[in-house]
Design a binder for this molecule. Structure first.
Ligand SMILES: Nc1ccn([C@@H]2O[C@H](COP(=O)(O)OP(=O)(O)OP(=O)(O)O)[C@@H](O)[C@H]2O)c(=O)n1
Ligand SMILES: C[C@](O)(CO)[C@H](O)COP(=O)(O)O
Length: 241
């Protein structure tokens, strides 16, 4: 369990300013509803339900700040995002103030179990500077060149698919974000800064809703009342704290 008298604060940033082009709906993805509740509200609910987050800052498109504030619990802060995910996270970091730890959690991972969030925070409080949830890869992954020809086959046993929330000592993430490098996740910026990133076992329920198929799966899970179940053992554990 997390030590109750540990007063070092945890701020969760929820990037939700994407357009959701791969989902292909007219509404920006974070504002799409799943069982009558937006993906954004579900992601925030999970963070609050974990009981280990002190503040939540959501990052949304400029035209949706009022809509976001109206659908979120009192106390959740709303800031305006940018063109790329890293721009949105950078805007959130500015709002994070003097937090000791920062979690970055995609609104698109709307069904993430609170237990996974707690697991990341526990590892941070235990002394890790950068912690990400990871699952084994089930497909064989190929490297291909521009023509589509295969140039390599990485050893699958060493590969992991990583999720959010990704947790960091705030000072470390701020330092990583001083770089202008482009990356598809926050941990990669920390790696580029020369720091070690650790993994904890991920959870299949923390899948990212990216395509219409993902949304259909999420809807089916919510309708079946399965949205908080854990199925980690079925896919194997992805990493060690
Ligand atoms: N400029 C951006 C781009 C993405 N995100 C957020 O980052 C998370 C992960 O991104 P992704 O799932 O790729 O969402 P989109 O960028 O909206 O999707 P797409 O690439 O299909 O347009 C999402 O919660 C998304 O809202 C963001 O805050 N700001
Ligand atoms: C941060 C992330 O969710 C980790 O898997 C992922 O890299 C986000 O990528 P996207 O292209 O913004 O969906």
């Amino acid at each position: 369990m997390i030590t109750p008298n540990d007063e070092r604060s945890v701020v969760a940033l929820v990037p939700a300013a994407g357009r959701g082009e791969r989902l292909g709906m007219s509404t920006p993805k974070a504002f799409v509803e799943l069982g009558g509740k937006t993906l954004l509200a579900r992601a925030v609910d999970g963070l609050l339900a974990s009981g280990c987050v002190d503040r939540v800052v959501v990052i949304v498109p400029a035209e949706l700040t009022a809509a976001a504030a109206a659908l979120l619990p009192a106390g959740v802060e709303v800031v305006i995002g940018g063109a790329e995910r890293t721009d949105s996270v950078r805007a959130g970091l500015t709002a994070a103030g003097d937090a000791e730890f920062v979690l970055v959690h995609d609104a698109a991972r709307a069904l993430t179990p609170p237990q996974l969030i707690e697991s990341v925070v526990r590892s941070l409080r235990g002394g890790r500077g950068a912690v990400i949830p990871a699952l084994p890869v089930v497909d064989t992954v190929k490297v291909v060149d521009e023509s589509g020809a295969v140039t390599g086959t990485p050893d699958r046993a060493a590969l992991r698919a990583v999720q959010t929330p990704q947790g960091f000592a705030a000072e470390l993430l701020r330092r990583a974000y001083r770089s202008e490098s482009v990356a598809t996740d926050d941990a990669a910026l920390v790696e580029l800064a020369g720091e070690t990133v650790h993994t904890v076992p991920g959870d299949p329920m923390a899948f990212k809703i990216t395509t219409p198929l993902d949304l259909a799966l999420a809807n089916a899970l919510v309708e079946a009342g399965q949205e908080t179940s854990r199925d980690v053992d079925a896919v194997g554990r992805g990493g060690a704290a």
